[in-house]
Design a protein. Structure first.
Length: 104
């Protein structure tokens, strides 16, 4: 399976200290292609995804932060074929994340 999705996000930081809570939301659109070897065919689907999360950002300086948070993401996949009979696949996920951001 090959998938591509563009999912821009908006993040808001609270406070003026070096340790700031944040909230984030995102919405994205894309497509997916799955090769089905048994039938020697391929299926193409449209993807829609949204998510939100929150956490704490620790700013090491003005341009770098370490982030820890938790969030929820939902993705819906709908096959493009005419014979799909309104079939769609929905994936929901809760997760923990940690990482760093570099701001320019």
């Amino acid at each position: 399976m090959t998938s591509i999705i563009a999912m821009p996000f908006v993040r808001y930081y609270f406070g003026d200290n070096n340790i700031k809570p944040y909230l984030q939301g995102a919405v994205g659109f894309g497509s997916s292609k799955t090769n089905i070897d048994f039938y020697d065919s391929a299926s193409t689907s449209n993807l829609v995804s949204y998510g939100f999360d929150g956490g704490i950002a620790i700013f090491l300086n003005e341009n770098v932060s370490l982030d820890v948070g938790a969030g929820y993401t939902s993705s819906t996949s709908k096959p493009q074929e005419d014979n799909s009979n309104n079939v769609k696949f929905i994936n929901n996920a809760f997760g923990l994340n940690a990482g760093f951001n570099i701001y320019f």
